[in-house]
Structures are given as C-alpha cells and as structure tokens.
Design a protein. Structure first.
Lengths: 241, 382
C-alpha cells in the first residue's frame, strides 16, 4: 500500500474492508481487507477490470452497500464499524457525499437551480440561501445564465456541469464519480477530469473517479486499483511529469 | 421546499390533464349512474306527492295499482266518507297507453280522475301550458316529453282527445311520462270492450258486463287530528280491502318496485368505482415506473423516502381530484341527454369525492411500494 502520508485532512479512511456475497459454497469474496485513506483536495482514480469490484467498493464507501466487515470513516466520523453506526445511511449520503454518474441523471422535471438546491433544501437550508449558493456554483461553472433552464434544454456538456454542480451543492467531504467521462469524447473527457481536479483543489474535497480510460490517469493525483480483491495504489506518469 | 409532485405534474401537464380527463369520464358515468338511481326515486314519488293522499285503498290482498292489478268500485269513494276521520276522497285509474304518433307511438301512463272531484291530481306548478281538465270527456293533459302540444288531437280507443294542457316533470314510477284524462274516459278506455269483442263474447255465451264503474284505487285524506294508522285499520276491517298509508305506498314504490333496479345500478356503480381505482393505480404505477431511474438517483443522493412517497401520493390525489372535477363537468354536460330523469345531487358528488380521494390514496400504495423497493444502486453503472 503506497498511501499518501502527509498532514492533510482525511476525507475518507477505510480499514480492513471486506465484502462477501452469498453463503457456504456459493460464497464469493469481492473485496478482501481493503485499507486506504483519501485526503481532501485529492483527485483519485479508481481503476480495475470489469467485474473486479470497483463499483462494489464505490457503493460501500458511498454508504449505499453494506460491507461484510471493516471500518469506514468519512471525514473524522466513523460511519461503519462492522455495522452501520447510524440507521439512516441516506442522511450520511445527503450530508457528506456527492455523486456524479456516467450520464448526467438530472431530475428532468426540475430546472437547473432546482436540481442543485434539492439536496441543500432537504438538508434544511433555506430556499434563499441554497439558491444563492447554487448561483455561485453555477457561476463557477460558467452556466449561471442557464439557472432556470430545464435539463432537456441544455447540451450534454452543460448537463454534465450541472450534474457536477449538484454533487457540490451539499458541500460534501467526498465526491464519488462513476465513470463521468464514459459517454464523452476525448476533449470533453479531459475537460471534465481537469474540472474535477480543479474542484478537488479549490473546494477542498476528495474526488474518487472510477474510469476505464487510462488516458485520464495522468490528470489525477493518485491511482487506486482493485487487484486480486485488494486495493492498491499504483505508480503512474503525471501530466507534465 | 421544492414540491416534487407540482414540478413533475407541470412538466407533463398535457399528459396528466388528458389522463385525468379519461378517468374523469369514468367518474362522470359513476355520477350519472347514481343520478339515474336518484331519478328513479324522484320519479317513483312524483305521482304520490302530487296526489298527496293520506291513505290508499285498493283491492284486498293486493299491493295497489303501482305494484299489482287492483280493482275496486268507484262508489267506494262515497262509502269511505262514512269512516270516522276521512275528509276528502277520490277514485283513480292508472293504465299504460301508447299515444299514436307519426314516427313511433309514445308510451305513457294515463291517470284517470274526476276533474270535478275533491282532489285535483294535476300539480299546477308543473302545468306549463294550457289548462287542467275542464270537461268530463275527450280532454287530455300531456307531459311535454310526449311531444304533443295544446290543440293537438290524439285518437285513443274509439274517441279523439283534445290536448288542453302540457306539464313538465310528470312521470310514473317506471319513468314513463304521465297523461291525465277524466275518470269516465279512463274507465271507458280500460274497461269497455270493443263492439267486435262484445259480439264475440255474446256468441260464446259469455255474459257481457256493461259495468265500467271500476277504478284501480281510491285515496282519502284525513281530517286534522286523526291517526293515519288507526283510520287505515278501520277501513281494512270494515270494507275488506287493503289499505296503505302514504309511507307504506312509498315503500312499495321505492323498495318493492325499484329495489332490483337500484341494486343493479348500485352494483354497476361499485364496479365502476373499482375500475376507476384500478385504472388510477395502473396510471400511477406506470408513472412511477417511468420515473424509476430518477427515483433511484434521488434515493442514492440521499433524498428521503418520505419526500418521494409524498410526491407519488400527492400526484395520485391530484389525479383523483382533477378526474373528479372533469367527471362532474362531464356528467353535468350530458345528463339532460338521457331519456329518463337523471338527478345529480351535491351530497352524492361529495360522497363520490371522498371515495375517489380514498381510492386514490389506496391506488398510490402500489406506486409507494415501488418507491420503497427501488434499488438506489441501480443508478450506478449506467
């Protein structure tokens, strides 16, 4: 394990995480004793061959899928210790995690600003405050003029930016991006990854990005790989390096 | 807080409205069915209310002219006067007739009464044209729906009758229009055989009766202070006749005669409400299925189930509410086109509204169940 060891603030820490499916003879172990720490401000790529368990890992650290054993910390808070420490894992996702998907997956019946403010308002932030915050994010992504447009009225690139803006809206500790460049051409993919890197650094949030595209790795801070059911960090050539 | 149901409905307003209109038409039919039942009840009581008798005296062991054949002597109206407490009396005949008309004959119920008697059966509030009966013979007052007008001539039996008045809203318990003729004419129409029949009967050795002074019922009103049941008992005991109070006659009309029809309509109504509920449930289920990806995403990013369920339930209730409004509009637009009376009562509409809202909540459960079981992980992996 080549874990980064500096004094940075941890965003997520995983210790001895195990995930098994089935029982008895049909028992399948997908993740075996994964341990790693991701720090705020980092963009980390998660790679693995299909079926190796990267989506399973992403769902476990996203508090969607319950691990078999181990510990998970989000920020400084331990959320899993051989069992969920809260009954409502959805509130953890709502308050601490941002999700970005392969497609934009915006709610089609909400306009841009409603898509972005839905989570903050659910978290109890007032309409005025959440909208002011959303406008800043939209301005950051240079699409403020589209605040009241419906997703169907936006281009694919604009929708993806709104989806990233939505992931940022609840000021998460960590953003989990599930192949956000899978549906994009090379230039747009590079733009999105660079944007995620910029967000990680400027918003002080950790971004874990699942990708199959090795050309994107050079833009990341670290590359995490699921190999033989274990999570390892692999060496790679950084952009400009 | 963002109202997801409102946003979703506004996003698909056209589709939602058309769907509500479709369900609304079904609910409109439900209202019409209830209206038909109410109409039958009103029809059944129309003549009873117009005659306004305290007791009905009919042939012994029969239920009276509306339910069974009944014949009593006309002069019973005079002998009843001897019973203590009886005030006014009148004799009536009731018979089905087909009024000849160019296209198709008009089926009516003819009420025969003495126009110079103590009880005038024609409710003046319903008389919209002409007069009541002013002569003993060959005059007829018709219901407007028969299509005849004052001055028209109608051939009945051997005689031609002049239409002297037109009424509205006058129907028999079966919903057929009422016409009024004098008692003498009615007796002639009901009891007098044709010449050919009389000759035929003579040849067969059957004695020919010229007795036409029979009626189907005699009614009586009571003097103030007399108990209806007690007077009815006296008539029954001394005259060997069947006697019914107004309430009993109403029961015969509304329970005995239209009970089956009302049960039939009731069953239709229940089935239609059930069908509407199932349709609403299927619509909501389909609408929920269409949103499963969004629901999975909402669950994944942390939107609580309660918010998503609220959206489904609110949309279902809104669909039910809009369908109810369209149903009301639809039923009010078409109810007058029905050949028989349809009465749209506000309390019925209110009851249907409550049922529709409850049915909508019930129907939303299927969508809610789908939401609860939606897998948030299905949002990951494209």
């Amino acid at each position: 394990m080549s874990d980064k060891s500096n004094k940075q603030e941890q965003s997520i820490r995983v210790e001895n995480l195990v995930k098994q499916f089935g029982k008895g003879e049909s028992l399948v172990e997908v993740i075996k004793g994964a341990s790693f720490t991701i720090y705020k401000g980092e963009l980390v790529a998660l790679i693995a061959p299909s079926g190796a368990g990267k989506t399973t890992l992403l769902m476990m650290i996203g508090c969607v899928l319950e691990p078999t054993s181990g510990q998970i910390y989000i920020g400084e808070e331990k959320v899993y210790d051989n069992r969920w420490l809260t009954q409502n894992t959805r509130s953890i996702r709502r308050e601490k995690i941002g999700f970005i998907f392969q497609a934009h997956y915006l709610i089609p019946f909400l306009n841009v600003i409603e898509n972005i403010t839905l989570l903050p308002q659910t978290n109890g932030i007032s309409k005025e405050d959440s909208e002011a915050s959303a406008r800043k994010i939209l301005n950051y992504f240079d699409i403020e003029e589209k605040a009241y447009a419906m997703p169907s009225e936006l281009s694919g690139g604009q929708n993806q930016r709104v989806a990233i803006a939505r992931a940022l809206a609840n000021k998460p500790d960590i953003i989990l991006a599930d192949e956000p460049t899978a549906a994009l051409d090379m230039d747009r993919s590079i733009n999105v990854v660079k944007m995620l890197k910029q967000i990680a650094a400027e918003q002080n949030v950790a971004v874990i990005m699942v990708t199959h595209d090795e050309r994107m790795l050079k833009y990341c801070d670290r590359v995490m790989k699921v190999e033989n059911k274990k999570v390892v960090f692999q060496e790679f050539e950084k952009e400009g390096g | 807080m963002i109202n997801l149901a409102y946003k979703d409905v506004m996003h698909t307003l056209g589709k939602f409205t058309v769907t509500a209109m479709g369900v609304g038409m079904l609910l409109g039919i439900v209202l019409i069915m209830i209206g038909v039942y109410r109409g039958m009840m009103v029809d059944a009581e129309t003549l009873l209310k117009d005659i306004n008798a305290d007791v009905w005296v009919v042939q012994e062991h029969t239920l009276g002219p509306f339910a069974e054949a009944s014949r009593v002597h006309e002069d019973l109206k005079d002998t009843l006067k001897g019973i203590q407490g009886v005030d006014k009396t009148a004799a009536f005949t009731f018979q089905n007739l087909q009024l000849p008309k160019e296209s198709t004959p008009v089926r009516v119920v003819a009420v025969g009464f003495d126009p110079f008697g103590e009880v005038d059966v024609i409710n003046r509030a319903r008389l919209v044209k002409g007069t009541g009966l002013t002569h003993d013979h060959f005059q007829i007052v018709v219901s407007k729906v028969t299509g005849f007008d004052v001055g028209d001539k109608i051939l009945l039996g051997r005689d031609t009758y002049n239409v002297v008045g037109v009424t509205v809203g006058t129907v028999s318990s079966g919903g057929d229009p009422l016409v009024y003729v004098s008692l003498k004419d009615a007796q002639k129409l009901q009891f007098l055989y044709s010449n050919a029949q009389i000759r035929n009967d003579r040849d067969r050795g059957i004695p020919v009766s010229s007795e036409t002074h029979m009626v189907n019922a005699v009614i009586a009103t009571l003097k103030p202070g007399f108990d209806v049941d007690s007077v009815a008992n006296d008539i029954q005991r001394w005259k060997h006749l069947s006697v019914y109070t107004r309430a009993e006659q109403k029961d015969i009309l509304t329970k005995n005669l239209i009970e089956r029809a009302s049960k039939q309509i009731g069953l239709f109504t229940v089935i239609l409400v059930l069908v509407s509920t199932i349709i609403i449930a299927l619509i909501i289920y389909t609408m929920t299925l269409e949103k499963m990806k969004e629901i999975a995403i909402m669950k994944l990013i942390g939107i609580p189930n309660s918010m998503i369920i609220k959206m489904i339930v609110q949309e279902t209730i809104l669909l039910g509410f809009l369908a109810f409004l369209f149903g009301n509009l639809f039923s009010h637009l078409i109810y007058e086109k029905f050949p028989k009376r349809v009465v749209l009562d506000a309390p019925d509409a209110l009851a249907l509204f409550v049922i529709v809202i409850l049915a909508s909540i019930l129907a939303s459960f299927i969508g809610v169940r789908k939401v609860i079981h939606a897998d948030p992980t299905s949002a990951i992996g494209g």
